[in-house]
Design a protein around this ligand. Structure first.
Ligand code: GLN
Length: 454
């Protein structure tokens, strides 16, 4: 804990930590020492973690990197952080992210950009997003692990850009209670770590049924670490042909081939499969996620939380809402609220939102059919490129940024577990990741496959 606290101060230029909580960390570390000394050491005892700013932490600023939540200090602790603390973990502070987890580059944060610790020349690179602070902090050894959340790739894409491991569990494995909602039917929290083994231990500590989240599953949490045998002989790995995108860089193609070879060498069988509705995933996601976001973000009205605009003489409640939301939400969040409101509006609901829901069901069925055919895990690239420069994508065209999520959103739409593992470097020396997609509730088996790729 002490060496992490020192590293965090030295790591300030990365802008990963937005609130440091050294007093809490030291108190928790002392308690962990006492537990260790008494021989009662739970799974995460004394492990120093960073917590994404999307998690509500009692008495500690929790702003989802948004100005609209300025000054918000929850009076409660999220289920995930409660479980982690019960398991002995130590909180070093809160981590930067894209505002309300909307973004793929950590450039929409009210706290400013996060810098990737990986460098090739003088350019400052993005760590990806939205869990960019979590990824940078773990990659730069400012903490031993960090919580992330993943609605369309926000754990897996930043993990790939920074050379670490990140898993989005099956929808319902981890409680969403106390995690600021973006798109509730897609959101899922998960660990971001240096190794698959760390991810298995961390995931075990944060998982489990929670009566406070009606979508959390009433299932026992298996021992994920025990599943890491490295034995995948006879397993069937699907290679979905629809993920071979036009214009895919050669090095991504080569990385994918390397992953296939590694799994084959470990005794798995490689099978070509088809997930025919893949090409509709990105448009469906960018209808459903904003629709749910527009509904979830309606609560930020200047009354209940954080920021309230200064009003002029004669302003009524409508002006209060308008001014507060115009000042408090950044551009990307406003764009999502507008798209979401539009696709849910009476005249367009069937054409957009309902259509996207149908597409989502088809995407889910593609996966179900593949698993019914005996496929154990599906291997794809995690991202279409390595980390890009800060400022390079945040251009006038948001769709360019959305294309980053092309390999990751299908997993959220289908509610499946997906893991990103670092498998190599590109020609510039930057990390690249592969994604493995698993059967629902089989995170242990999925992590075992990922372990083979480490
Ligand atoms: N990049 C995607 C988006 O902006 C995913 C974000 C996420 O997973 N939270 O919606």
């Amino acid at each position: 804990t002490m060496s992490c606290l020192t590293a965090i101060d030295a790591g300030d230029p990365l802008n990963a930590f937005v609130h440091k909580t050294p007093e809490i960390a030291l108190e928790q570390a002392r308690a962990a020492d006492a537990r260790l000394a008494s021989g009662d050491a739970p799974a995460m005892c004394g492990i120093p973690l960073g917590i994404k700013d999307l998690f509500c932490t009692k008495g500690v600023a929790s702003q989802a990197a948004s100005n609209i939540l300025k000054g918000f200090k929850p009076e409660y602790e999220s289920t995930v952080t409660t479980k982690l603390f019960d398991a002995g973990a130590v909180m070093l502070g809160k981590l930067n992210m894209d505002e309300f987890a909307m973004g793929s580059s950590n450039e929409t944060s009210c706290y400013g950009d996060v810098v990737n610790p990986w460098k090739v020349d003088e350019r400052r690179l993005t760590p990806g997003g939205s869990s960019g602070g979590s990824a940078s902090a773990v990659a730069a050894d400012l903490c031993l692990g960090a919580t992330g959340t993943d609605t369309g790739g926000s754990i897996r894409q930043p993990a790939a850009f920074t050379g670490i491991v990140g898993i989005k569990p099956t929808y319902g494995r981890v409680s969403r209670w106390g995690v600021v909602a973006f798109a509730s039917s897609l959101d899922q929290a998960g660990p971001m770590t240096k190794s698959v083994r760390d991810a298995a231990i961390f995931l075990g500590a944060m998982s489990g049924h929670d009566p406070k989240d009606s979508t959390s599953a009433e299932l026992a949490v298996p021992d994920f670490e025990a599943a890491l045998t490295g034995d995948i002989r006879g397993k069937k790995i699907g290679i979905p042909r629809e993920y071979r995108m036009d214009g895919m860089p050669d090095e991504i193609e080569a990385l994918w081939a390397k992953g296939r070879e590694m799994l084959k060498d470990a005794g798995a069988e490689i099978v070509d499969i088809s997930l025919p509705h893949t090409k509709y995933a990105l448009p469906a996601y960018y209808v459903i996620a904003p629709a749910e976001a527009s509904s979830n973000l309606a609560r930020y009205d200047g009354v209940r939380y954080g920021h309230r605009a200064r009003l002029a003489q004669g302003d009524g409640i409508t002006e209060m809402y308008e001014k507060t939301r115009a000042e408090g939400f950044g551009k990307e969040v406003q764009r999502r609220v507008m798209i979401g409101t539009y696709v849910l509006s009476a005249g367009f609901y069937d054409a957009y939102y309902n259509r996207a829901r149908k597409v989502r069901a088809l995407i889910k069925r593609d996966f179900e059919l593949a698993f019914a055919d005996g496929i154990d895990a599906i291997l794809t690239p995690a991202t279409p490129s390595s980390a890009f420069g800060l400022g390079e994508m945040a251009s006038a065209d948001p769709v360019q940024m959305y294309l980053n999520d092309v390999f990751t959103v299908t997993v959220n739409l289908a509610g499946l577990p997906g893991v990103s593992v670092p498998v190599g470097l590109d020609a510039k020396g930057l990390p690249l990741g592969l994604q493995l997609i698993g059967r629902p509730w089989e995170e242990g088996d999925l992590l075992n496959h990922a372990h083979v790729l480490e």
